[in-house]
Design a protein around this ligand. Structure first.
Ligand code: AMP
Length: 211
């Protein structure tokens, strides 16, 4: 299964991606997680991305596209992959399509998690993230439910940056929904409800396009 997950920040992409990747036995490739890991390790890539990330803007396409193309040459993508957070604009979507077409491994589906703005803001401002494994948690949690690691609030989950991320989504990322609908790849589900309920919804919807 070669799958892209798309939806506004706070739709639950990271959470659903982890479950869906496990369900289909494919690697979960999150560009946000890769950037954050590079930032933590102070690599040149991390330092290059930091300013953009902290202010809720997109890292330049040249940097992001090369990083993703490199990741998609690793052996573990032989049976597919789940891309979370990429593509984020139509240039990235075109680059991905051309890259996969050349390898004769086109996408099977693009899953859109649809959700209201009011819910997004409530979710993001109370979101915490594990310092160790990047798993999401709520502000009420004391430690990471997945690995017991310490939790923190991402710089870009602070209220003033959330508004910027939402406008970046509307202006730059929302057009890819149209792009993938035209390609006949789009599968849209509601991202409102319990985590397990949304995972079931996703698997049912994807089974219609991918058996
Ligand atoms: P995320 O964890 O997906 O919300 O990503 C966090 C931040 O990483 C974004 O706000 C961007 O600054 C950067 N980022 C992640 N994915 C991309 C992408 N595909 N293109 C450009 N920047 C990205």
């Amino acid at each position: 299964m070669r799958l892209v997950l798309v939806g506004p920040p706070g739709a639950g992409k990271g959470t659903q991606a982890a479950f869906l990747a496990a369900h289909y036995s494919i690697p979960h490739i999150s560009t946000g997680d890769i950037f954050r890991a590079n930032l933590k390790a102070s690599t040149p890539l991390g330092l290059q991305a930091k300013g953009y990330m902290d202010s809720g803007q997109l890292v330049p396409d040249e940097v992001t596209n090369e990083m993703v193309k490199d990741r998609l040459t690793h052996d573990d993508v032989a049976n597919g992959f789940l891309l979370d957070g990429f593509p984020r604009n139509t240039v990235q979507a075109e680059v991905l399509r051309a890259f996969l077409a050349e390898k004769r491994t086109p996408l099977d589906a693009v899953l859109e998690l649809a959700i209201d703005d009011a819910l997004i803001i409530a979710r993001l401002s109370s979101r915490r993230t594990c310092k160790e494994c990047s798993a999401p948690a709520t502000a009420a949690a004391q430690k990471c439910g997945a690995c017991g690691g310490e939790l923190y609030q991402r710089e870009d989950d602070k209220e003033e940056v959330i508004a910027k991320r939402l406008s970046v989504y509307q202006e730059q990322t929302a057009p890819i929904v149209h792009f993938y609908r035209t390609e006949g790849l789009l599968v849209t589900i509601s991202a409102d409800g319990e985590v397990s309920e949304i995972t079931e919804r996703a698997i049912t919807a994807l089974s219609r396009v991918h058996g």
